[in-house]
Design a protein around this ligand. Structure first.
Ligand SMILES: [Cu+2]
Length: 161
């Protein structure tokens, strides 16, 4: 029964990934993974996602991977003496049972490093999130414009002035 359930989840994941619907991985719901586009030559890119733990045991986000970055870290952001500081979260980001953790600009974020390409706004990027319990979970990041503070809606607005 448990195995069947997992297979159903895996199949569901394959069909929903392209539609940017929340991805279920075991007890985790992974909602709206997105990246910020980077200018050519940028060394790092920020990644964001909302993760909800509907289970009874904590899980920990330990890393992420995308094809255009050699490595990644999880960073926290905080104000210290009026200056925004980023610091690696060394032991991963724990999502307690019943909790939602949101990685977003100005807070926790994925920091992709050693970029070998630059994602462009409007693209989607296939990547992986790694969890201690749920394992490696394939996700599709949507790419928002450079400096965007939110992923934007499912449709593109055309602004004409
Ligand atoms: Cu960072």
């Amino acid at each position: 029964m448990k195995i069947l359930y997992s297979i159903t989840l895996a199949l569901g994941l394959l069909t929903t990934a392209a539609q940017a619907e929340p991805v279920k991985a075991g007890d985790l719901t992974i909602d709206t993974p997105w990246l910020r586009a980077t200018p050519n030559g940028a060394k790092v890119a920020g990644g964001y996602v909302r993760i909800t733990n509907t289970g009874t045991a904590p899980d920990t986000l330990t890393g992420a991977a995308v094809p255009f970055a050699k490595s990644s870290d999880i960073h926290s952001m905080s104000m210290e003496g009026g200056v925004m500081k980023m610091a690696p979260v060394s032991d991963g980001l724990t999502i307690k049972p019943g909790e939602t953790v949101e990685l977003k600009p100005g807070g926790y974020h994925l920091m992709f490093e050693g970029l070998t390409g630059s994602p462009k706004a409007g693209e989607t990027v296939s990547g992986t999130l790694s969890f201690r319990r749920a394992g490696a979970v394939p996700v599709t990041f949507s790419v928002a414009p450079i400096g965007a503070s939110a992923p934007g809606g499912p449709h593109q607005h055309q602004h004409q002035h």
